[in-house]
Each structure stands twice: as C-alpha cells, then as structure tokens.
Design a protein. Structure first.
Length: 198
C-alpha cells in the first residue's frame, strides 16, 4: 500500500479512537519530530515539551484535518513553529542580548533548518513518486536531469528527437498526479500563503 494511503488509513482509524493506529502514527512520526527539535538546537527537556505539545495539538485537530495523508506535513509545520517559540522563550530567559538580536538569531537558524528539512522531505516524496513512473518515463527524465543532449537521448532510447519534449511533458504530468507529492505541494502553498498573511 503506498505510503500516503497507509497514513490516511491510520488517521481515519485514529479518529475513531483506535489506539493501535495512534501508536503506529506516533511510532512513525516521533523520530521526525525529534529530528526537527534537535535541528533547532533544543535540549532533551525542551524536546519532550515540544513533542507533548505537538501530539496534544494533533489529538485536538485530527478530526479537522482535511487531507489525512498530509498529517506528516502538518506535524512538521507545527513542530517547527513550536521549536521557534520555545527557542525564543529560552533565549529571553538565558540571554542578556536584546530581544531583537535573539529573535533574529533564532529566525535565521530556524529558517535554514526549515529549508533543509523541507528539501529532505520533498526529495523523499519525489523519489517515491519517481519510482511509481513507468520505466520509460524514469529513463527519459533521468537523462534529461543529467542534461544529456536530445540527440543522444534519441539514440539511447530509440525515440525520435521531436517526441522527447511531448513525452517529457506527459511524464512530468504523471509525476504531478502523485498523491503524496500533490499533498506536499498544497501544504507548501498553504504555509507560504499563511506566512504572507501574518
């Protein structure tokens, strides 16, 4: 069963109070939460606090999650925001720096970590979506990514040069229909739109 369908099934079961489904979701996503917290430089106590907060929010919001397969993106975004909040609070307690300097340092580091995590998540989803393409599409897109000239692609794949572009378009269209990739792209758009409204 593809990953997004498994997550969706677990979320639906967890909504009905299925403890085994909750346990599986926690088992699946706890390492991600921990990694995000560590990337933000939080200590064990803060990580435990952030994880508890995030899982409590998940319990509160699970029934309202429109796209259950996006639980991972929702958890990651919620964790990142809580990490930034905790870092700012700790820095205010522990530092004699001005609040503006502390916030700037936290934001800069948080932005770098967020970008790295988002890129890793996107790469994982892209690899999974790519694996679902036909072997012909995989070969064509792999050659195009390596910037192999069309004449060489034509020779290697036994394809007319004039059909490479249209075939590439069809392969990319199939890639975009992958549920996990589409969900991640929607989540990214929603986060960006939400950030622009703040």
């Amino acid at each position: 069963m593809p990953d997004s369908f498994e997550v969706e099934a677990l979320v639906i079961r967890a909504r009905t109070g299925d403890q085994a489904a909750w346990d599986r979701l926690v088992e699946r996503y706890a390492p991600m939460l921990w990694s995000i917290c560590r990337a933000y430089g939080l200590d064990r106590r803060d990580i435990d606090d952030v994880a508890q907060f995030v899982w409590m929010r998940a319990v509160e919001h699970l029934s309202r999650l429109r796209d259950p397969e996006r639980l991972g993106s929702w958890l990651a975004t919620t964790t990142k925001r809580e990490c930034v909040r905790v870092r700012r609070a700790r820095h205010k307690q522990d530092s004699a720096e001005s609040p503006l300097d502390a916030a700037t340092v936290a934001d800069d580091r948080g932005d770098d970590v967020t970008r790295t995590l988002e890129e890793a998540e996107l790469n994982a989803v892209l690899r999974a979506a790519f694996a679902e393409l036909s072997p012909d599409c995989q070969r064509l897109l792999s050659l195009l990514l390596r910037e192999v000239p069309y004449t060489e692609i034509s020779s290697r794949l036994g394809m007319a040069v004039g059909s490479i572009g249209p075939t590439r378009s069809r392969c990319l269209a199939r890639l975009r229909t992958n549920a996990a990739l589409a969900a991640l792209m929607r989540a990214d758009t929603e986060v960006r739109e939400g950030d622009s409204h703040v």
